[in-house]
Ligand binder design. Sequence first.
Ligand SMILES: [Zn+2]
Length: 210
Amino acid sequence: MQPSHTELQLIERLEEEAVQLLTPSEQIEAIAYHFGKIMQTLGLDMDNDSLKDTPMRVAKMYVNETFMGLNPLNAPSITLFDNDYKYNEMILERDIPVYSCCEHHFVPIIGKAHIAYISQGQVIGLSKLNRITHYCSRRPQVQERLTIEIAEYLKQVMNIEDVAVVIKAEHLCVASRGVNHAGCQTLTSSLHGRFLEDAKRSELFAMLTL
Ligand SMILES: [Zn+2]
């Protein structure tokens, strides 16, 4: 007998929870096994010196690098400082490298993020904006959600509303397969608080083109 719809949902949920309970080293072991199976299925010679360590190499890269942002233990530690000099204009960190992974094709999304905020009494170490971007990028992603996640992360850790995130990226699933159009770029923005006002929005985009 086929399981019912709700039973299937339950099975899926239990599987998801079980996956979440795996330690990073258990994840690496499981991914290496399955990636080896994919390579074998493709007809690759797994005894070949050049290929035999690839499953383990890919598994370590997935868990420790490409998808490290799935593990909440890898969240960046954030330090805030008092805004002693009462700087009350926008702070913009531009051209933060983005290396993410398209969740539909598992190929890279490569681009730049620009993050702006207006202090409400505290400032964040500038490199923390890079670390937040890195952490949110290193997951299977779509660019729209990545843009929103970075903005929400910053709003939450700084307890502020005036945050703007703009991302410009190239998707290798568009550039290197399918339509095969290299050089197309996707732009997304997530604007909050005063950045929704025309004046701040114009100032932001003017600063982005400086
Ligand atoms: Zn894609």
